[in-house]
Design a protein around this ligand. Structure first.
Ligand code: GSH
Length: 222
């Protein structure tokens, strides 16, 4: 092994995308193994690699880590993106969990039946605009700092820029009433590691397409 973290997941965003974002933001290179067949997935289970028979799987520092949240908090802690004390950590956790709830709606969206698509898109817009984005707009306005927590770049900033871009892909004008978030987006997109991740050819994955959906459904079909 090269010493780089090794990520096993589909060749698509899903639950691995925040891990890719966080590693990239921390300036860490990684390798990826893409699941394409059911046999590959079943072999991982047979070999006892997937604790709960689920991916994402991240192998790093001699561990085989599963559970997205555990993986992300390990990376955040290791690369100093998790606050300076327990109180900052709690705040980062709250922000991250809120954003994760919004991202969960986006994650599931491609799997919704055609007749539910419009309604689900409206729900994403409603939640982003009325529940989640106002929180971060207010935080940034109140403390006037560049980053969400402790005037220092953290996991929360990475989750938020990922979410902003993901929602904008679906609802391009979503930031129109959020000047702080517009400025935050520009600042984050210009951070060198994030700028690199946003460029073509990076490990960032495109929005889910038919092929991705088919692969996921094929592998998990009972
Ligand atoms: N709580 C887990 C959920 C993981 C999960 O649901 N992974 C899906 C793929 S995105 C999976 O492996 N599903 C197969 C199964 O649950 O049997 C996490 O956050 O990592």
């Amino acid at each position: 092994m090269s010493g780089k973290p090794r990520l096993t997941y589909f060749n698509g965003r899903g639950r691995m995308e925040p891990v890719r974002w966080l590693l990239a933001a921390a300036g860490v290179e990684f390798e990826e193994i893409f699941l394409e067949t059911k046999e590959q997935y079943e072999k991982l289970i047979k070999d006892g690699v997937l604790m709960f028979q689920q991916v994402p799987l991240v192998e790093m520092d001699g561990m085989k880590m599963v559970q997205t949240r555990a993986i992300l908090s390990y990376i955040a802690g290791k690369y100093n993106l998790y606050g300076k004390d327990l109180k900052e950590r709690a705040l980062i956790d709250m922000y991250v969990e809120g954003i994760t709830d919004l991202m969960q709606m986006i994650l599931m969206f491609p799997f919704s039946p055609p007749e539910a698509k419009e309604k689900n898109l409206d729900s994403i817009k409603e939640r982003a605009t009325n529940r989640y984005f106002p929180v971060f707009e207010k935080v940034l306005k109140q403390h006037g700092q560049d980053f969400l927590v402790g005037n220092k770049f953290s996991w929360a900033d990475v989750q938020l820029i990922e979410a902003i871009l993901a929602v904008e892909e679906k609802i391009p004008a979503v930031l129109s009433g959020f000047p702080q978030l517009q400025a935050f987006k520009i600042r984050m997109s210009n951070m060198p590691t994030i700028k690199k991740f946003l460029q073509p050819g990076s490990p960032r994955k495109p929005p889910p397409d038919e092929r991705y959906i088919e692969t996921v459904l094929k592998i998990f079909k009972k």
